[in-house]
Write a protein that binds this ligand. Structure first.
Ligand SMILES: Nc1ncnc2c1ncn2[C@@H]1O[C@H](COP(=O)(O)OP(=O)(O)OP(=O)(O)O)[C@@H](O)[C@H]1O
Length: 243
């Protein structure tokens, strides 16, 4: 459902993403790992059609994001790294607004908002103003907006960043559950997330994939049973600092 082929992004003389090729099938949750500056967010922004690639293409359910971006984006739910929220709206009001933007109206809009609230366990805060929410609930509200149109593909940029351990656990379980019927690509630099939420993971370093496998395969490849050791052996540390 997600096919990334030879995806490359250059910013001036800097190559942020370097000929990446991978795919994600329905029922797969692909963890996208790498150190700071490895090219994760740049890749996510190209996959979701917000940034044009220098080379390469992305197909969402067979539709090219480069050639037919509007059609491709209709099948994607996207949680960006710094997800935007309107603080003066209530949770339900924000989701209703999001559903309207997605072209839903009448009972379809009402059903979409109710389903997103239920899926992300937002019932208790549905009528609360967003500026009064804890970080975890704000995060879940952002996740809920990405689900409104029941997309086949979900792209989540560091979906557990800044959450406490209980909230991280809940969001990982939610990702796993959603992954049963969708194709999910999510970026993280938290290694425990590979075992907790992914069916497969890739590690990128300086814009290139350095390993691709199931959590069990990655642990075996580490030689020590530690994903941290594998990560440290395959990556070069902070790319910004290295540059
Ligand atoms: N708009 C831009 N202009 C110039 N360079 C950029 C731009 N966006 C990203 N970069 C550079 O591209 C590289 C990859 O950045 P990116 O944000 O994709 O990394 P990341 O893996 O998401 O990092 P982090 O884990 O810190 O979020 C970095 O060296 C970054 O400085």
């Amino acid at each position: 459902m997600i096919e990334v082929e030879n995806l490359t992004k250059k910013f001036g003389s800097k190559t942020a993403v370097d000929h990446l090729t991978f795919s994600v099938k329905k029922g797969e949750v692909l963890g996208f790992l790498g150190p700071n500056g490895a090219g994760k967010s740049t890749t996510m922004r190209m996959v979701t059609g917000f940034l044009p690639p220098t080379h390469g293409d992305i197909r969402i359910c067979g539709t090219s994001v480069v050639d037919r971006p509007t059609e491709a984006k209709q099948r994607i739910g996207y949680l960006p790294e710094s997800a935007p929220l309107y603080n003066d709206m209530t949770v339900a009001g924000f989701l209703k607004f999001g559903a309207e933007i997605r072209g839903l109206s009448g009972s379809d809009r009402k059903d979409a908002v109710e389903r997103a609230i239920e899926t992300c366990f937002l019932q208790n805060v549905a009528h609360q103003s967003i500026d009064t929410l804890s970080k975890g609930y704000r995060h879940r509200t952002c996740l809920a907006q990405s689900l409104l149109h029941d997309p086949e593909v979900l792209i989540l940029d560091e979906p557990t960043d800044g959450l406490d351990p209980n909230q991280k656990h809940e969001v990982r379980q939610l990702i796993r559950r959603l992954g049963e019927s969708k194709a999910i690509l999510f970026s993280t630099h938290i290694l425990e997330e590979v075992e907790a939420a992914c069916t497969r993971a890739v590690i990128v370093d300086r814009g290139k994939i350095v390993i691709d496998g199931t959590p069990a395969e990655l642990i075996e490849r580490s030689g020590t049973g530690s994903l941290t050791d594998l990560f440290r052996n395959l990556t070069t540390g902070d790319t910004e600092a290295a540059a």
